[in-house]
Design a protein around this ligand. Structure first.
Ligand code: PGA
Length: 254
């Protein structure tokens, strides 16, 4: 952990919870996290709840709401899609881009990821850009190549003057929702590599300002050890973000 970089704990709710459950969860998180400071608190609920949840947390310092996805298009005849402008107008601050579930189940490619990033930035939304290797790639020792490729393909087109709107999230696919976590050493090793790669694309000064989150079965038990890594600036939390107590314990794990 580095004291200068922003620490962030983000909850990715994925496609879970009904309206009442979402209301109850955010109310509990709001109450239980009141005494936790020095960390950006962030939730990514499903689209229908964004505005309602934003209203509930609007007076909480350092508490933001983001969307799990946005359209790659600005507006128009795209039935079923939600634009970055709509998300911004609902009071949101962030968009998740490049999550492995979107890459795998919705075949999102780099071109689409870049179009989504463009939409987000044009609408004053920050981006959490997710990437990470498959199990087979780690087993074959290809994890650094994969991550470098995923970063380079997208970040070399990311506008340098918008770098303050970028957060990175290393999420090894084999650790997402599996209960198998990267060890603190594996996480730190990859995060240092990511920072080096960002340094090569932009500059060492810029790389030093970008927060890099870890995601993949991060929970209330292992967060402290993972966040102790010099280059680990927080977490993107799936399953454990659906329980207020666990999520707040993770927020307090720096
Ligand atoms: P998990 O999900 O914490 O349930 O592994 C993380 C994510 O997909 O962002």
């Amino acid at each position: 952990m580095n004291m200068e970089r922003k620490k962030i704990v983000a909850g990715n709710w994925k496609m879970n919870l009904n309206w009442v459950e979402a209301y109850d969860l955010v109310t509990a998180i709001k109450e239980q996290s009141k005494k936790i400071s020095g960390v950006e608190k962030l939730i990514f609920p499903p689209f229908p709840y964004l505005q309602m949840l934003k209203v509930i947390v609007k007076d909480e310092p350092n508490f933001y709401v983001g969307a799990q996805n946005c359209s790659e298009h600005a507006k128009g005849a795209f039935t079923g899609e939600v634009s970055a402008a709509m998300i911004h107008s609902a009071g949101c601050s962030y968009i998740l881009v490049g999550h492995s579930e979107r890459r795998a189940y919705f075949s999102e490619n780099n071109e689409q990821l870049l179009a989504k990033i463009k939409q987000a930035l044009e609408n004053n939304l920050k981006v959490i850009f997710c990437f990470g290797e498959l199990l087979a790639e780690r087993k074959n020792g290809k994890h650094f190549d994969t991550v470098q490729d995923q970063l380079t393909q997208v970040l070399s087109h990311f506008p340098k003057d918008k770098i303050h709107s970028l957060v990175l999230a290393y999420e090894p696919v084999w650790a997402i929702g599996t209960g198998e976590t990267a060890s603190p050493q594996q996480a730190q090793e990859m995060h240092a590599f990511v920072r080096k790669t960002v340094s090569g694309i932009f500059s060492p000064e810029i790389a030093n300002t970008v927060s890099i989150l870890y995601g993949g079965s991060c929970n209330a038990q292992n967060a402290k050890e993972l966040f102790a890594g010099e280059d680990v600036d927080g977490g993107l939390i799936g399953g454990a973000s659906l329980k207020a107590e666990d999520f707040c314990t993770i927020m307090a794990s720096f």
